[in-house]
Design a protein around this ligand. Sequence first.
Ligand code: ATP
Ligand code: MG
Length: 726
Amino acid sequence: MAASIYSKGTKVWFEDKERGWISGEVLSTSVHPDESVDITFINERQREISLRTTLKDITNNARNLPPLCNAQEYEQVDDLTHLPHLNEPSILQVMLNRYSQQQLYTYSGIVLVAVNPFADVPIYGQDVIQTYAGRNRDELRPHLFTIAEEAYGAMQSDSQNQTIIVSGESGAGKTESAKYIMRYMASVKSGSIHDTATSTSVEHQVLATNPILEAFGNAKTSRNDNSSRFGKYIQILFDDQSSIVGARIRTYLLERSRISFQQRSERNYHIFYQLCEGVSSEERANFGLDADTTGYRYLSSSSIKIDNVDDATNFSATRQALSVVGIDEEKQLAIFRLLAGILHLGNIEVTHRRDAKDSIIDDKNDAALQKAMELLGIDPVEFAKCTTKKLIDARGEKFSSARTMDQAIGVRDGVAKFIYSSIFDWLVLRINESLSADEAVQREKSFIAVLDIYGFEHFQTNSFEQFCINYANEKLQQQFISHVFKLEQAEYAEEAIDWTTIEFSDNQPCINLIEGKLGIIALLDEESRLATGTDESLIDKLNSQLKTPEHKPVFKDHLHGNEAFLVAHYAGDVSYNIDGFLEKNRGTVPDEHKFLLTNSTNSFLREVAEVGFNVGVDPHLHTAPGSPTKLVSPKNHVAPGLKAVSGRKPTQASIFKSSLLTLMDALQKTEIHYIRCIKPNESKRPWGFDSPLVLAQLRACGVLETIRITSAGYPTRWTYEDFAAR
Ligand code: ATP
Ligand code: MG
């Protein structure tokens, strides 16, 4: 039996440097009395290959043997796990075949794999939505809508909350997929969603959250012209008639560094360009805004225009969406005023004295300072003083010491980042207020949530942001693997098969390293709270405390051990450069600036700053997703000044960790559906398919791992009919 797996004519795959895999077939086999086996193959390039193995290795599907090809009828299967021979080249072949027939979606067991076409495909219209509504998975081709329908149906029949997790690397199509799913939900019940400008139905309000969050939270990066720089968990709330009654949004870790700096060919957040292009002439004069964005330090990267994107048109769309969710025009102007303030803030000149390192800001003649402070409602002289000098309180005695130029620039940019991220948090809070107001929550019976979260990241240089993102991915991967493993176990139990020998990669050690009691986040926080802490002292601390036998397999030795640390993630080793870790983690402004912001004469800035200072402190600002607690509105609060906002400052990593733990808890209580988006080529080429790139992503998103689990006991799965026929 074992030898017949490779018999004359059996089709196999061979690895190939150029094409990834090429096909071949068995020419002859001979089995020897000692159970060794000689096999000769010929590959597509007409090269003969001989191999000596054993019956045992063949039975065990050993790695050194060429994987088996599937019969032609399987070349386009809807579900990868239906392949008789489950191996990487066969999976790739199916994906490629389907993609070249414009079939973007393929199942891999419970997962829907989606390959980005980078081209318009007419498969998302109302007609298609209605085709999928109420139909089973087996009746129609794989689609985002089958998953949406499955979630919708399960919510109705099991009365259980549902989550659809959409993952994949930057540019893979997560946000687009999430939007199609939201549209499906919004129109499947009501029959259609028309793009009428005036409509403020709750479905429209839910959909209007997309352009708002994209304007404020997306930017052009080198990998995606519309890259989401935050994670999003949106719950769509339904009543007992399965009609939409509202929504609840949680966001995660908006990238702050982008406010003051962008890589070449990248941009700042879309809203800044929309504002500069789209404001009326009266507003332009009021805000002192120039249409030419190159004059602003925060926007001055080389990339200004995005192909096929009109920032001015999008600005009207953003304004309209803000109105739909109940943020009126007066508030909108207040937001734009702060955004203009941020742009002017960035143009404040910080220099240093010729004879010393002490920083200087010209508080009389710097026009940017005057304009920024006018918009922000802060005294320019005070701002200049607090930014160039540091107030030190030594045992009750107060004195000031000069900041260097770089330090003062860091403080200036820190204030800009803080205001911007506070505006973002404020927006989310207000959207939640109108979309999950008391009335909605009272009618809410269940929800379908969509999680659009950044996939695993591994760049040339990786920093704090990648660290947090990859930590989130470790948690999601753990959840996913244990889910799949439990399902698989159940199936084996049903067929009374011994499954105890099946192993899967357990990423708990890596999670312990990151979030454990004395793990990376704990040490990072400890160092961030020390006045004397620096990136150098942090890396020393990590190296001296984490090089233990427990962490050794995941906290690896690093060639540049005093500049970076290396974590062995499930999807690969990543080296994190320590530069900027402490500053990014502290993520706050000096106390003096906190005072200036919370005592500004601009009442909207006070309101926004209160939200910003309370993130992670005030439990009402980040309630557990799914909890019906009403969100506290900051709008009637008086600016609290220094006293109310002091105390132990939550760090960015600890805020992220606790919101991630809350998220994982919330997910656990829902029924989960998985969509894995794949970016098939780096250059965003329509219908371009780069096999090694696809393979790497299938690996990183866990699809290959689950296939491995699935095939661990049973490398080959035949139905009885097929087996008998053979
Ligand atoms: P990021 O992590 O950077 O936010 P993402 O996974 O959310 O990336 P998207 O912004 O959804 O990626 O998609 C990137 C681009 O790919 C889109 O702007 C669009 O041009 C194209 N795209 C994605 N999905 C589709 C689709 N289903 N049909 C056509 N084009 C698509
Ligand atoms: Mg996105």
